[in-house]
Design a protein around this ligand. Structure first.
Ligand code: BGC
Length: 883
């Protein structure tokens, strides 16, 4: 029996706010084997019974079940239903799938509304909340209503006092003057015939609050503002727009202060009862002012908005040795606290969120630097309240309770992890509990740093879209969750923030380039853009999305951005050696000189290695897009860079001229070694490891690929040994020290309990979590075939080891769920794997002499082991591993 279990639109099942037709795909479930689609029929209609068809593909003879972009005209603010039916090669048919729908936004960017502000010119440094509202009368029965809205700052949207949608921190953090996203909501159920009120509460947010470690206000503008267009379609066929304009009224909201880093102060005394209800006399409210804005930069956001994703109840409340009262949530997370309290007029709640206790068990705030992370509520009358902030977020495991009316009990505090909504797609588990905790920490590092933009950290006065961190973690992230829309939005900011020459800023949205303050900064005075491994995000992330989703559209969309970046390097490289202004090199590697952030591997090497790697990926992207001239040109450039690299960084005896772990790792992983010298470089890497007694001393550049460089070169045992080191420095050292997320520094907390310098010591920094990729691709062994990306053809190649009795990984690919599960008894490996319908797979065993059970698959000898080709189904094989 086959059935269509899921229909996706741009890889998600809910999409409200698209300005162009999404790519349609579907997942077929079946219990047979080698099931392949023979044909499909896809229909799109404006009703869920498919009577009003807008598109009918007819029966299409094709096994294609993803990336189908029907050609049809879209009407703005309209719901389109999609269903599909397929017939398999063996004649089975699915029948029509359950319908899904997408909702269009403004397809032609038809904005007629104005941004309106209740701030005055005096409010530039005043990060208070404001209200805007408008009472309207609907005179006729309504059929449906949609709203599009966004803000310069942050906003919460209300209709008749009810919050619209579940989004938080919208419209997020973009390079506002060049790119601003807006949200689309269906609001039919919130409006009624007669009087209605549309209202919004607006905050400063990333737009005008203090942001970036330069501590600047008003990075994008000095007045927060809101815009919306409400479309009402009446049952008589007529329609009406209600738009923000100068007739709206504004006032101050009870939020006296809210900023991303510092937290929020809410004074219930300033509440205006019924502020968003009909009947309120708003004549004392002030008139709003229209803020001119370039509407061409607005783009619809259909999904991946920030939401409260997961509650984390307080685990305990305790007194520190210094006498502070502290809540422990048991998990380092990003979001905010919901606090319940019974208080009287004038009572206050004051919480101070932080990450870790110091060695003596006391509150440790130093690593937050300038970020206050404080939540403050003032009671207006005697009652029980449940408060949580609107326009800020915190990175924390603990909160110090400075003020609280009555006894603070754990049940009154629930933290909510908030991040961009992306479905979970992958999981990994093995028989080693420390590694499972590491996996947990990687996942929570991701949750903590995917708050609208990929951030470095969520707690100190930074939380910026550091391109390097994003690039390094992208493949791991795209295993764990459906990152497509998250990165797609951010890549737009990468593109719009590139310098005219194609340079890529260190942080995106770029708060640094062109800021006079950077000239006095010891680091940034050397450059604000175009560092190796950081700027390469512009090419590597689109490429990873192509690999994971098989999505050519993202390559097409980012093409100019990718090309401009490669050309920037090409233009500024000297005789193919790439090193430009400020380079971070192997950032925070332990082979750095005492007190330095810069690892020992020279920038010429890291820069040129990335130049070669990125240019190679770009040449592949050109090939995928059939841009043959570019493909040839950049492949040739790649070869020239590699040749220069080899001439420069290999000594006459075949050893690398730079004797660091990272130099060996990237030379191997980026395929920069002449074939005959591979054994030399591998031996060199092993020597480097031995020198450190089996420990890594790598930073941002070397760490992500360390295990790969070993296991790809016949050193799987060494890769496991490295992964499983649990004394300082190592991944599991942090785990043993009680980490629940990934640390920024190997020595964030040193073995003696002292801390790395407070000026840069995050305990929730996903970068080193990039080792996750090795767990999924190598240990669980679920690998992508670049020739048939999106897991259309899967490579199963688990490499067992590490003393694990079992390991397994699952991944929800665009075609369905992939499972790889191995267990080991003595030298016998049992491998169970699942190949989704309409995909194929190749299974590679490890070096082995015999297949004990083949489950009907035809294995053939290859290198040291065996391989077999298969179609869909669940299989169990057994083989005897060479010891
Ligand atoms: C961030 C890093 C980032 C680095 C680059 C730090 O402050 O937290 O993760 O990549 O700066 O210099």
């Amino acid at each position: 029996m086959i059935r269509i279990s899921k229909v996706t639109m741009d890889y998600v099942t809910e999409l409200t706010g698209v300005s162009e037709i999404p790519q349609i795909g579907w997942v077929i479930k079946g219990d047979g084997r080698n099931e392949r689609q023979q044909n499909y029929q896809l229909q799109i209609a404006t009703d869920n019974e498919f009577l009003e068809l807008c598109y009918d593909s007819g029966v299409v003879m094709s096994d294609q079940s993803a990336h189908i972009r029907p050609e049809m005209e879209l009407t703005s603010l309209t719901k389109y239903f999609v269903h599909v039916s397929v017939t398999m090669e063996d004649g089975q048919t699915s029948g029509w799938s359950q319908p899904v729908y997408f909702v269009t936004s403004l397809c032609r960017n038809e904005w007629s509304a104005d941004f309106i502000s209740a701030d005055s010119d005096m409010d530039a440094r005043n990060s208070k909340g404001t209200y805007v509202r408008k009472q309207i009368v609907l005179k006729k029965p309504m059929k449906e209503a949609y709203i599009v809205s966004t803000a310069l700052g942050l906003y919460e949207l209300y209709i008749n006092g009810e919050r619209v949608g579940r989004d938080e921190l919208t419209p997020g953090f973009t390079s506002y003057r060049k790119h601003l996203v807006y949200q689309t909501y269906e609001v039919t159920g919130l409006l009624r015939t007669g009087d209605n009120v549309i209202g919004a509460m607006i905050g400063a947010g990333w737009y005008k609050g203090k942001m970036g470690f330069l501590g600047k206000y008003n990075n994008y503008g000095s007045r927060s503002a809101f815009i919306q267009q409400l479309l009402i379609r009446y049952t008589d066929g007529s329609s009406q727009w209600i738009v923000t304009d100068e007739t709206w009224k504004g006032n101050d909201a009870p939020i006296l202060f809210a900023e991303i880093y510092d937290g929020e102060t809410y004074d219930a005394n300033q509440e205006i009862t019924g502020w968003c209800q009909a009947g309120l006399d708003d004549s004392p409210w002030r008139t709003v002012e229209v803020i001119p804005y370039d509407m061409s930069v607005l783009e619809a956001q259909g999904t991946a908005t920030v939401k409260e994703i997961e509650p984390v109840p307080a685990r305990r409340i305790f007194n520190t040795p210094e006498g502070d009262l502290v809540i422990d949530f048991g998990q380092n997370l990003t979001g905010w606290i919901h606090v319940k309290a019974w208080g009287r007029a004038g009572d206050e709640i004051m919480l101070h969120c932080f990450e870790v206790l110091d060695a003596a068990g006391n509150v440790y705030l130093d690593n937050l630097r300038g970020a206050k992370q404080q939540l403050h509520y003032i009671f207006a009358e005697e009652k029980e309240v449940e408060y949580y902030p609107s326009f800020t977020f915190q990175g924390f495991q603990y909160a110090k309770i400075s003020k609280y009316p009555g006894e603070a009990k754990p049940e009154n505090f629930v933290a909510y992890a908030a991040h961009s909504e992306m479905g979970n797609t992958g999981m990994f588990e093995c028989s080693n509990p420390l590694v499972n905790q590491l996996q947990h920490n990687i996942l929570w590092g991701m949750k903590g740093n995917f708050v609208d933009v990929p951030t470095d950290c969520p707690q100190r006065n930074e939380r910026l879209g550091w391109t390097g961190d994003a690039q390094i973690f992208c493949r791991t992230a795209s295993y764990l969750m459906n990152t497509y829309h998250f990165y797609k939005k951010w890549l737009r900011d990468v593109e719009v923030d590139q310098t005219p020459e194609g340079g890529v800023p260190h942080v995106v949205p770029d708060l640094l380039t062109g800021q006079p303050e950077t000239e006095n900064d010891w680091l940034l005075s050397r450059g604000t853009h175009s560092a190796a491994a950081w700027a390469d995000a512009a090419v590597i992330i689109p490429w990873v999305l192509y690999q994971v989703y098989g999505d050519q559209a993202i390559l097409e969309k980012q093409y100019a951005s990718m090309k401009n970046w490669v050309d920037f390097m090409r233009t500024h490289a000297e005789d193919y050696i790439w090193n430009y202004k400020l380079q971070f090199g192997d950032w925070v590697a332990l082979d750095a000189e005492e007190g330095s952030y810069f690892g020992a591997t020279p920038n010429d090497l890291t820069g040129t290695a990335y130049f070669a790697y990125t240019t190679g990926l770009f040449a592949k992207a050109c090939k995928v897009l059939e841009r043959t001239n570019d493909a040839d040109f950049y492949l040739d450039l790649h070869h020239k860079i590699v040749a220069k690299y080899q001439r420069t960084f290999f000594a006459a005896d075949g050893a690398l001229t730079v004797q660091t772990q990272t130099a060996h790792i990237i030379t191997l992983y980026f395929n920069l070694v002449p074939k005959s010298l591979i054994p030399n470089v591998v031996d060199g890497l092993k020597r480097q490891l031995k020198k450190e007694n089996g420990h890594l001393v790598t930073g941002f550049v070397g760490t992500p690929y360390f295990c790969h460089a070993l296991s790809e070169n016949g050193c799987t045992k060494e890769a496991y040994d490295l992964l499983l080191k649990d004394d300082f420095p190592s991944w599991l050292y942090q785990v043993k020290m009680g980490a629940t997320t990934i640390w920024e520094h190997w020595d964030g907390i040193k073995p003696d309990g002292s801390m790395w310098s407070a000026d840069m010591n995050s305990f929730n920094h996903y970068a080193y979590g990039a080792v996750g990729e090795w767990l999924y691709r190598v240990c669980a062994g679920i690998e992508i075939d670049d020739e048939e990306p999106g897991y259309k053809h899967i490579i199963f190649q688990p490499q067992t080891g590490g003393g694990f009795r079992y390991a397994w990984g699952t991944f929800e690919a665009i075609y369905g769920q992939i499972i790889s599960h191995w267990s080991m008894e003595d030298d016998i490996i049992r491998l169970e794997f699942e190949v989704p319908v309409n995909t194929t797979a190749t299974i590679y065993t490890e070096p082995c002499r015999e297949i004990l059970e083949s489950d009907g698959l035809s294995f053939r000898k290859c290198e040291n082991g065996y391989s077999a080709e298969t179609g869909s189904g669940r299989y169990v094989i057994k083989y005897r591993k060479n010891c």
